[in-house]
Design a protein around this ligand. Structure first.
Ligand code: HEC
Ligand code: HEC
Ligand code: HEC
Ligand code: HEC
Ligand code: HEC
Length: 231
């Protein structure tokens, strides 16, 4: 083989490999940018950090959650504003989807922007003067800052979960999130979020017989298939 041909034979596959790695990386990063900004998701990896030299220099090991490293069940996180579900969703009976409007339409239920709060806490609404928690809310809103709510639920990135399919199928919020309107100020995680938790409900939920009739057995098999949740 002539030297030129030999160089080509070696460098071409290497170049293709490098390009495809970059293409794959940017594809992963391009998923749902707006939602990622509005409510940053933690980074998850299936394996603990490998040799640092071989990994992404931007990777932040300190704040990384490995696979099942979600927030502890029933842990009460400190949130930027002492918002209460008991008051708003319980006593005042504001519908969950008024604030979590993505639940029926998309993967994410979403957390409300300050402008949703300001519908009631803005001018002509509940007075903020002398009430520090409401002054904080008005402050974020006037500075145009996103309220830095801390995420309570956080599945590993290798799991596919979508609110839409569940809510439309007739699974209610409280089955997975508990009686948040009766016993929680800021949200706590109630569901285990383990694979067994998902599968157990997929095996037994009554809505599948109601919604699918003769096809119920097929649907149950479909939603227990690995690819349903790991795609
Ligand atoms: C549908 C109207 C409505 C919406 C929407 C709403 N609130 Fe309220 N909120 C109220 C009312 C009414 C009170 C009770 C005021 C009182 O005690 O006099 C209240 C009370 C509060 C308090 C307690 C104030 C205190 O110190 O006593 C906080 C904090 C608060 N809301 C934050 C929020 C945040 C944050 C949002 C958005 C995520 C929000 N609210 C959305 C109506 C609303
Ligand atoms: C079948 C179980 C299930 C049902 C039903 C469900 N959720 Fe969730 N919810 C989850 C899981 C699992 C997560 C974590 C998702 C993640 O980390 O990717 C979550 C996350 C959330 C979040 C955090 C933001 C987000 O979208 O990731 C909010 C808010 C939320 N749910 C509200 C609701 C509301 C409101 C309802 C009812 C309208 C509801 N959920 C119904 C399981 C459920
Ligand atoms: C409380 C019961 C319940 C829990 C818990 C639950 N699911 Fe489901 N899930 C259902 C039901 C019921 C369906 C079928 C909905 C239909 O087709 O009508 C379903 C369907 C799905 C689907 C297919 C529909 C879609 O949205 O694409 C996915 C994916 C899914 N679940 C993922 C998960 C994952 C991941 C978890 C755990 C983190 C989970 N589910 C936990 C009840 C549950
Ligand atoms: C007035 C607006 C409002 C209403 C109504 C409301 N929420 Fe929330 N919700 C919030 C805010 C703000 C947060 C972020 C602070 C926190 O985690 O408690 C939140 C957080 C959550 C979370 C935790 C999300 C995460 O993973 O970080 C869940 C789950 C949730 N809400 C479910 C519900 C359910 C179920 C209902 C109805 C029973 C409901 N919410 C009604 C404003 C609301
Ligand atoms: C209904 C949803 C669902 C289905 C179906 C499902 N998984 Fe999972 N799987 C999850 C969730 C949620 C997690 C993350 C929580 C955990 O690690 O327990 C997970 C985690 C995993 C992990 C990582 C375990 C670890 O210790 O971190 C592996 C491997 C896995 N699943 C393989 C499979 C295989 C193989 C199948 C098919 C036989 C399957 N899963 C079917 C939801 C599902």
């Amino acid at each position: 083989m002539r030297p030129v041909m030999r160089t080509l034979a070696i460098s071409l596959p290497v170049a293709i490999a490098i390009i495809s790695i970059y293409a794959l990386k940017s594809e992963v990063q391009a998923t749902e940018p707006e939602e990622a900004e509005a409510f940053p998701r933690e980074q998850h990896y299936l394996l603990p950090p490998p040799v640092p030299l071989l990994s992404d220099p931007e990777r932040d090991f300190e704040n990384e959650h490995v696979a099942y490293g979600t927030v502890d069940q029933d842990e009460l996180l400190e949130q930027p504003i002492a918002y209460s579900h008991m008051l708003h969703a319980g006593e005042m009976q504001i519908n969950c989807e008024y604030c979590h409007s993505g639940a029926r339409r998309s993967i994410h239920a979403g957390v409300p922007s300050s402008s949703v709060c300001m519908n009631c806490h803005g001018e002509g609404g509940v007075k903020a003067e002398g009430r520090p928690e409401l002054e904080k809310l008005v402050g974020y809103h006037e500075r145009g800052e996103v309220i830095p709510w801390v995420k309570v639920h956080d599945l590993p990135d290798f799991v596919y979960f979508s609110h839409k399919g569940h809510v439309r199928g007739g699974v209610v919020c409280q089955e997975c999130h508990g009686e948040i309107q009766d016993d929680m100020t800021v949200a706590q995680r109630v569901g285990e979020l383990t694979m067994g938790w998902c599968l157990n409900c997929h095996e037994n939920h009554p809505s599948i017989d109601e919604n699918y009739g003769a096809e119920a057995e097929l649907r149950r098999a479909e939603i227990k298939d690995c690819w349903n949740c790991h795609k």
